[in-house]
Design a protein around this ligand. Sequence first.
Ligand code: NAP
Length: 295
Amino acid sequence: MVAKIIDGRQVAASIRQECRERVEVLRQRTGVVPGLAVVLVGDNPASALYVANKVRACGEVGIRSFRQELPASIDTATLLDTIQRLSADPAIHGILVQLPLPPHIDMRRVLSAIPVEKDVDGFHLYNVGGLVVGNTVFPPCTPYGVCRLLEHEGIPVEARNVVVVGASNIVGKPMALMLMQREATVSICHAKTRDLAQYTILADILVVAAGKPNLILPQMVKTGAVVIDVGINRLPNGKIAGDVDFEGVRQKASYITPVPGGVGPMTVTMLLVNTITSAERAAGLPTEGSSRNAA
Ligand code: NAP
């Protein structure tokens, strides 16, 4: 068996086309243009690149972006003031604080200072808690993107064995909760899991988000499994790779996402979707995405 490669770029492009249309309808009916504030603290080059990508993607679909750059020396109180100012601005429908923040900043306080109705990254404690009961205001972008990829490919989730490798607050845990909400049987593995392969081999759907290249080898994957690789690793030769041995595992899986070009483009796209949904809600329009927004 050779897996079908899930083309995240193509799925993202079609969702971005829908985004453009929603932005246009919103503008024509209400005069509102969706606005996203992107806050970058410090000069981490990877973060600067992610922010540049997000700002560019906004421009491509007609979302106005507001870029706020602050020095790494800023204290928590000053950052909270910035968030408060952005929160009060009616032209801004979404606020994103690029992570990681410098270690002296109280990240939890900062994320929870973003009003829930503008928390388009889905990291506010209310949204995090909403995942447990299956009702977020905004689903977090990466796991939301994975769910949309599975949906797009017509891959059923209900009653299937799902194994999520990685248990971070921004990817692994919300991913597991969202798939559990869709009635999968979910196992979560992390760095202290003993004998990872005894779990992964049972997976009908394997989602890997550990940040370790070649963590998942063909002998760890069930024949016919769906393999979603969230990992992004820069190799010593400068190339980008996921967490899965792509060439080996694709000989065994039924579907597989490449890195790059799989989950990555979906993450930014779901940020656009959440921002437009927020603007539609603020303008009192029915949101096209609302039926899908259930965590
Ligand atoms: P993270 O905060 O470093 O978390 C990594 C998780 O993987 C932790 O739960 C860790 O376990 C677990 N882990 C580490 N080594 C493991 C091993 N050998 N076996 C099993 N589990 C292991 O990273 P993250 O933010 O979740 O991101 C994970 C990866 O996804 C990274 O490569 C990141 O760049 C990528 N990412 C991609 C996108 C995208 O859009 N494609 C978005 C976000 C992140 P412990 O909890 O026990 O430490």
